[in-house]
Design a protein around this ligand. Structure first.
Ligand code: UDP
Length: 462
């Protein structure tokens, strides 16, 4: 096991600024820990509105500091768009003050790694004489599709003609494989604006850090790297679940939700290896009442044990008699320790919305998937899961936009029950797990990129 690098002089100081949603905090926190293990001083910025759910001070070998985002401690925004507006109003000033505070210390800020959907951070950093680079929490493939959307060209034509989409270094895509926001903002103008702002100053960033790995998206990484300094540095999964090179603490992450850890793990311990389907739609997705009912009855029909995460805000959509009827088969919790669950031997399949973190976590831990994408990048991730990496199956959506209970049963059976298809998927899952571990292991493709980033930073004068 590798120990953290010790240094004698003062370490280069990097600020890391994620948007405060679970799927962005997780990978940027884990990446911060990697950087700290290579000897950098890292300060992860978390907004005041996240209150007590975020620890502060020296945690996990990094420094975590609150930054004012327009909300008092623990105060919540009514909508995503409202949050974005207030965040944009407050954070530029808070960030400037913080950088200035550090400039008077032994460890002035040398570099800012910012969430790729906050590109204005680069302009602010540069105005203060600091370099910066975006961190992408989505795949290279999805980013390329957003780029093509802005360019018009072949993607625009294919969408107008409702034909197959053929783009450089990408598999042929159907329109329902595209990220949902490529079709337009719908009811999410704020999110749409953030997503497409990612390219506003991309040419000026000196590093583009990506939570993916070369082997996973080799052609599209090369295509992107021919335009920009693209560096895959993932999967950003805690070392204890992956390469086991670093001394990870038992506490390895930060959760904005309260996980029912003991209940989940005890329940999993009581089940046979590979017998449980783990079901989660992440931190944001909301299903309709009817879709929740179909999902519930589909789980029952599958006859598999299930561990189902239903967030507090979704709970009332579960059919009234469902929990009692399936008490022998399943457990419903409001939040799980997902990595521990995926690493548990009883879990044989992950029914997922294909958020990028969930997808990469399952792939890196070798868990076959049933993909049921909802919005943003999830349809594209699902396409890759089923047809490119072939580590799962994708659920078919009916013409009315619904997934039936029979379809849910069919997909779970295909992935879980004895048969050629299941064996193929398992073999591929094992292959990708090994490749993910290798990428992060010493000398692996992502590890080399991280080393290069650290070395470049260290070689620069203050
Ligand atoms: N997660 C978790 N417990 C749960 C559900 C999700 O810890 O019960 C974590 C999961 O491991 C992942 C993140 O929350 O790291 C969700 O990110 P993702 O990109 O998959 O989806 P999003 O929430 O952004 O839609």
């Amino acid at each position: 096991m590798e120990m953290r690098k010790q240094r004698t002089g003062s370490a280069s100081h990097v600020l890391v600024l994620p948007l405060p949603i679970q799927g962005h905090i997780n990978p940027m926190l884990q990446f911060s820990k990697r950087l700290a293990s290579k000897g950098l001083k890292v300060t992860l910025l978390t907004p005041t509105s996240t209150g007590n759910s975020m620890p502060q001070g020296n945690v996990f070998s990094i420094n975590i500091e609150h930054i004012f985002d327009g909300y008092k401690e623990g105060e919540r925004a009514a909508t995503a768009d409202e949050y974005i507006e207030r965040f944009m109003g407050a954070v530029p000033l808070s960030l400037t003050e913080l950088i200035e505070k550090y400039s008077a210390t032994q460890t002035p800020v040398k570099f800012i790694i910012y969430d790729s959907i906050l590109p204005w951070v680069l302009d602010l950093a540069k105005s203060l004489g600091i370099e910066g680079g975006p961190f992408f929490t989505q795949t290279c493939a999805v980013t390329a599709l957003y780029y093509h959307k802005l360019q018009g060209g072949a993607l625009k034509t294919a969408m107008e003609e409702k034909s197959l989409v053929s783009l450089p270094s990408l598999p042929q895509l159907e329109l329902n494989d595209l990220p949902s926001l490529v079709h337009g903002p719908g009811s999410y103008p704020g999110v749409y604006g953030l997503i497409f702002s990612q390219f506003s100053n991309i040419d000026e960033a000196s590093w583009l850090l990506w939570n993916t790995f070369n082997e996973l998206e080799d052609e599209i990484v090369d295509w992107m790297a021919s335009k920009w300094p693209v560096k895959p540095i993932g999967p950003t999964i805690p070392s204890m679940f992956l390469d086991k090179r670093l001394e990870d603490d038992k506490e390895y992450g930060i959760s904005l939700f309260n996980p029912n850890s003991e209940t989940c793990m005890k329940w999993l311990d009581s089940k046979e290896p590979g017998s449980v389907v783990y079901v989660s739609f992440g931190s944001l997705a909301a299903l309709t009442d009817d879709q929740m009912a179909e999902l519930a009855w589909g789980l029952k029909r599958s006859n598999a044990h299930f561990l189902w995460v239903v967030r507090e805000s979704e709970k009332q959509k579960v059919p009234a008699n469902f929990a009692e009827e399936t008490a022998e088969m399943g457990l419903i919790v409001t939040w799980s320790p997902q990595l521990e669950v995926l690493a548990h031997k009883s879990v044989g399949c992950f029914m997922t919305h294909c958020g990028w973190n969930s997808t990469l976590e399952a792939l890196s831990l070798g868990v076959p998937m049933v993909a049921m994408p909802q919005w943003t990048d999830q349809p594209t991730n699902a396409k890759f899961v089923a047809d490119v990496w072939q580590v799962g199956v994708r659920i078919k959506v009916g013409e009315n936009g619904m997934v039936t209970r029979e379809e849910i049963e069919r997909c779970i059976t295909e992935v879980m029950m004895d048969g050629e298809r299941r064996d193929e998927i398992r073999t591929n899952s094992e292959k990708w797990k090994k490749l993910a571990i290798m990428a992060m292991d010493e000398g692996g493709s992502s590890d080399k990129n991280i080393e290069e980033f650290v070395a470049k930073l260290e070689s620069k004068q203050q």
